[in-house]
Design a protein around this ligand. Sequence first.
Ligand SMILES: [Zn+2]
Length: 275
Amino acid sequence: MPSIRLQGKIFLQGTINALTGLHIGGNSGELDIGGIDNPVIRNAFNRQPYIPGSSLRGKMRGLLDRHFNKPLDKSVGRDVRVHECQRPADYNVCPVCQVFGVAPIRQLSGKTMPTRVIVRDTFLTPESLGALDRADTDTDFTEIKTEVAIDRITSAATPRQQERVPAGTTFGPFQIVHSLYTLDENSRNNQLQNELQFFDTVLTGMELLEDDYLGGAGSRGSGQIAFENLAVIFKSRGCYENADIPPITIAKNVNIKTLRQSDYTEKILAAISAE
Ligand SMILES: [Zn+2]
């Protein structure tokens, strides 16, 4: 494979708004006796709930697998199957594996690009931290939702509890970092068009996620989120080579739809051409 050149990084950042209660499961092993059996994930230092980058990324990837109709061809553990291309011919035309990466298996050795997307962990905004701190709840920063399973014949009821971050909580800034690579300077512009198409795949994943759910109990109302106040910042290769070249703000105060309708790809291509 020819040498891979980084042409720049796109930083997509903004706020994640929990439109309904959000349950991203944590570890119940650490709980005291009498604690709830279905807790949310928390930062070990300050006990604040957060959104792991792995949760966002994994959900987006799973939704994109289905969107692009990709086969579930890899087993993870005993019961979980996911999509990951196993052959170079498949990988070369698979936007999901190109964006999110593949495990280094022998058949693909030396025939893949670096993983293009990084999704950071996202923490409570200062506003939500203050509001949840002041709220009078039984648990730190969260609510306990009780659901009832009802026997269809006898109507006997069994309650079950789940800890959630309340609706209206905001997390941010979240950050997704997407790298643009090229292999051959002679056809750089054509390759960059493809690279920006891969970034659009990330936006598709975010849009699919907004219409699906994050975390658990989504079919019962939890986990509806919105990506809000989005900004796109581009750091070209020159920014890394020369400290005097600043990153460029490509878009701000947009949502996913308005971003995709905008001319952001032209702006990024122009920034690269100008160097
Ligand atoms: Zn694939």
